[in-house]
Design a protein. Structure first.
Length: 272
């Protein structure tokens, strides 16, 4: 029998190593409750050391990608009156927040690339989580909002930290975070939040994500994991530091047998 968090986040595996992680509370528009956070934590922890997994696709089941944080979770986690004073309550709030932040960050820390396949609504916490993905595709019916500011709080699970580094227009990124206004797929594309827009909705963007994942899954995992790790390191370090990190990384990884095999395959192909 599946646990409640295994039902809230389904994991579907294909033979070629493409794994779908599916937000599965469609009757609640995939709003993030305790079960979804627990399910993400558990599934991402397992995938981190799963050598058969080559690429991860994150998607939502049903009408929305996600409606964001479940209001009931916010109330239960952050409005407890059991703590005897403000300091202790503040400490508990911080502990709870750090745990949720770490769950989102786990996706970024996966060695495998993560493709977010977004359709329809991607609200609040949904933007937090897609900015921790490596590649974002959205359907033409997608819309986004950094909703938290309209609920009288600052987004706290990664949007304010990752969105400005993921997009090309700082002014617009700040406008969207400071107003919480809704923006559509074409604006997300212009902003650089998504790679491309897929005509249609959930099924169509999933098909496109699977094609992309299949093409990555065919490549050497040594090269793919190394590329992801070094792109992430470079985001947060200087060029000089990042080149040094790269030299240390490849001093080991260049010894893989995958390289001569790939060279031989390219040479064989060019001789046809």
């Amino acid at each position: 029998k599946m646990t409640s968090h295994e039902e809230a986040v389904k994991v579907v595996r294909a033979e070629n190593g493409v794994v779908q992680v599916i937000l599965n509370r469609p009757t609640k528009l995939n709003a993030f409750n305790k079960d979804i956070f627990d399910g993400l934590e558990s599934s991402l922890e397992q995938l981190k050391t799963d050598s058969s997994c080559r690429v991860v696709i994150l998607r939502g089941e049903g009408r929305y990608f996600t409606a964001g944080i479940d209001i009931n979770l916010l109330q239960s986690m952050f409005t407890s009156t059991s703590a005897p004073d403000v300091a202790r309550l503040s400490h508990q709030n911080r502990v709870n927040l750090i745990r949720l932040q770490r769950i989102v960050t786990r996706m970024e820390e996966l060695p495998q690339p993560v493709i977010a396949a977004i359709h329809s609504g991607c609200v609040g916490g949904g933007v937090d989580i897609i900015t921790a993905a490596d590649i974002r595709l959205c359907s033409s019916d997608s819309w986004f909002t950094v909703k938290e500011v309209q609920l009288s709080l600052a987004a706290d699970l990664g949007t304010l930290q990752r969105l400005p580094k993921a997009v090309g227009n700082q002014s617009l990124a700040r406008e969207l975070c400071l107003t919480g206004r809704k923006f559509l797929a074409d604006e997300a594309l212009a902003l650089g939040l998504v790679s491309r827009i897929v005509p249609g909705s959930g099924a169509e963007v999933l098909n496109e994500a699977i094609k992309l994942a299949n093409s990555i899954a065919q490549l050497s995992p040594v090269a793919v994991y190394g590329t992801k790790a070094n792109l992430l390191y470079s985001r947060d370090h200087s060029v000089e530091e990042s080149l040094n990190y790269m030299s240390i990384w490849n001093a080991a990884m260049l010894q893989t047998q995958d390289i001569p095999e790939a060279v031989m395959a390219v040479m064989a192909g060019s001789q046809k």
